[in-house]
Design a protein around this ligand. Structure first.
Ligand SMILES: [Zn+2]
Length: 653
């Protein structure tokens, strides 16, 4: 419910965003949350020459004056936010008085939330534009401290609300339209309230909350600061130090398969030689999840993780089922890649190099019209508003010194929806722009059509808008571009996206569901057991494409999000399935567009499963999930055609 967000902010990049956090950080894209998610594993590529901010026209930079014209104005809002929350804390013990009191508290909650949204948005953006800017860092730090203070000031609200009977609360809402925007949030408090313990129980759990992060911290220290950085001698004689960054770069760039494999082996070494340590750490994570789930009265760890957004367990189970059934297409794709790449042996280290080394550059000014034209099927309102988003200071396009890496969208209610890019003219960047503009439009439409209380949407629906836009862009490009080299690059981009987002993320979920089940049934998670489990899961998806001796067969210990965000990444797969289903429906049923726009305009006014159902996507229906494998299969067919054309042209040429 509304007040829980204060405590989660610090861990926003790892934990599921809760309701109010979502309001603050309406759409943090996967590129920021978990940079290792997509199959395109190498996204750290500096530009030849880095631009200065002064040399970039205003049209290609964020207009920070949309927030404030100076830090002095920001200071005033920070003080006002403190006042609002202090006033709110004065209502402690008074909620039962009646709806009039609750209305006053909710008004203050909205006012405070709006102010926080704005001051955080401003400070975070300055910090991200130049991470070396100490002043912006200090302002951000100031907000974090304020955040903690406000959190403890308001910790009484949720338990006190729950002492009011739900029927009474419903009557209050029915009779007072001012409470209507809060209906969903208030009712959700009662739904989740049954898992909240009494005061002493909650206190005990909160005393242990820091300890629950220990395994994760050990994993991160052991792999980051204390991680091994082995050196590998390449076939060229050059030596390379293997870090997570060079590993990703090597797998997507090195043309010699032996070099790629050597890098993969070297990267795995530290995990292999400490496999028992990593098994203990991972077991610690699973044990903590299970202990917390049992303390709160959940039947499974998965159930606990899904409860926040009211997602039924069967959705995740049928996702796993559907991805396993579609895995023969995944295997077909990689067998085809092996053939096109002309490799006698093929494995994990060969899955990321492009089929053709085309060095096409895409200028930003050329691709903006493509992206705007590509969304024509979504109607005039959508297209016009997207063109506005591009034109008026909401997109920060280029890499500049100190700017934070990656790409994301972040909206501020009443101010706008902003996109950060580090555009470097690659095809991947072109699709990233389309992706982020999908988030940006979702954020804007939710802000325009929802009140503050319900404008923030969940990660469970967030990636529908972004991936749908990528699909629309691909559709347009394939329609208009004829050169097989280009078409192969476009197709590969989407195929690797589906492979990385849908199949791989579901495979991770599959593994963690089973690992948790093993522990929940009273068995120990030893290194051997985890490796056996991982092998069986990898084989279920990749068949014999990944051989028994491939280092990937031992690599469960390496996967950061198994440690950092358990039961989280499956949401990218369900989002992907949803946008595939919507694309398919759009071809047959013209009313799909209105339903889909309804989803984008609905913010977080209902549970995500219900929102998707209203848009025509029932994720409990296997057929909906199967749309991805079908789409994947069609793209592979096209790739085969284009590759044959390419070879034909080469022969003729
Ligand atoms: Zn995204």
């Amino acid at each position: 419910m509304v007040f829980r967000y204060f405590f989660d902010f610090l861990t926003k990049f790892h934990l599921q965003l809760n309701r109010m956090l979502k309001i603050l950080m309406s759409s943090i894209c996967m590129a920021v949350v978990t940079p290792c998610l997509t199959a395109s594993i190498g996204d750290i590529e500096p530009m030849d020459e880095t631009l200065t901010r002064d040399s970039i026209p205003d049209s290609h930079k964020w207009n920070m004056n949309l927030y404030y014209s100076s830090w002095e104005e920001w200071d005033k809002d920070v003080s006002r936010a403190e006042e609002v929350y202090t006033e709110m804390s004065g209502y402690m013990g008074r909620l039962k008085e009646g709806p009039e009191t609750l209305i006053k508290v909710m008004k203050l909650s909205d006012e405070g939330g709006l102010l926080l949204d704005k001051v955080f948005g401003y400070a975070a953006k300055w910090r991200d534009l130049d991470t070396r800017d100490n002043a912006a860092q200090a302002k951000f730090g100031q907000l974090i401290q304020m955040w903690t203070r406000i959190g403890s000031l308001l910790s009484w609200i949720e338990p006190e609300l729950l002492t009011i009977p739900q029927e009474t609360m419903l009557e209050w809402i029915d009779q007072n339209p001012q409470l209507e925007p809060h209906r969903f949030g208030l009712m959700d408090t009662y739904r989740t309230g049954k898992y909240i313990l009494d005061e002493s129980g909650e206190k005990l759990l909160s005393l242990h909350s820091g300890v629950r992060g220990t395994s994760r911290r050990i994993y991160n220290a052991l792999t980051d600061s204390d991680g091994d950085r082995p050196t590998v001698k390449l076939s060229s004689g050059e030596e390379i130090v293997v870090t997570p960054g060079t590993y990703s770069m090597a797998l997507s760039k090195f043309e010699n398969p032996e070099d790629r494999r050597a890098i993969q082996e070297a990267r795995m070494e530290q995990f292999d030689k400490r496999r028992n340590t990593f098994a203990s750490i991972y077991s610690g994570i699973v044990e903590q999840n299970w202990a917390l789930a049992q303390s709160r009265g959940y039947e499974t760890s998965l159930g606990m993780k899904l409860n926040r957004n009211n997602i039924p367990e069967e959705v995740v189970m049928s996702l796993v089922d559907s991805a396993r059934k579609g895995a023969d297409e995944l295997q077909r794709y990689h067998r085809l890649r092996q053939k096109f790449l002309g490799l006698a042996d093929y494995g994990w280290s060969d899955m990321f190099v492009p089929l053709l080394s085309v060095k096409e550059e895409y200028k930003y000014q050329d691709i903006v019209p493509w992206i705007v034209e590509s969304v024509a099927p979504l109607g005039k309102e959508y297209q016009t508003k997207m063109a506005e988003q591009f034109a008026s200071g909401y997109v920060d396009v280029y890499e500049t010194p100190g700017k934070t890496a990656g790409a994301y969208n972040s909206g501020t209610f009443g101010v706008g929806s902003f996109v950060l890019l580090n555009y470097q003219k690659t095809l991947n960047d072109v699709f990233t722009v389309s992706h982020e503009m999908g988030h940006s439009m979702h954020t804007r439409l939710s802000q325009e059509y929802q009140p503050f209380a319900t404008h923030g949407y969940t990660i469970f629906v967030a990636e529908v808008a972004s991936t749908l836009n990528e699909k629309l862009l691909l559709q347009k490009l394939l329609k208009e571009m004829d050169r097989p080299e280009d078409r192969i690059a476009f197709l590969e981009q989407q195929l690797s996206q589906i492979s990385g987002t849908y199949f791989l993320q579901t495979m991770m979920a599959d593994f963690e569901i089973q690992a948790h089940k093993i522990l929940e049934s009273g068995q120990a998670l030893t290194s051997d057991r985890l490796t056996d489990l991982w092998r069986s899961v990898v084989s279920a998806y990749f068949g014999d494409v990944i051989g028994e001796d491939d280092p990937y067969m031992r690599s469960w210990a390496r996967i950061p999000h198994l440690y950092n965000s358990p039961f989280y990444v499956y949401q990218y797969a369900t989002c992907y399935a949803s946008s595939s289903a919507i694309m398919k429906q759009m071809r047959d049923d013209p009313s799909t567009v209105d339903r889909y726009l309804g989803l984008l305009k609905s913010g977080g006014n209902d549970y995500p499963m219900e929102q998707l159902k209203k848009a025509g996507v029932d994720l409990t229906n296997q057929e909906i999930l199967n749309a991805v494998s079908e789409e994947f299969g069609n793209l592979i067919d096209l790739l085969e055609v284009e590759y044959t054309r390419y070879l034909e042209n080469q022969r003729v040429g």
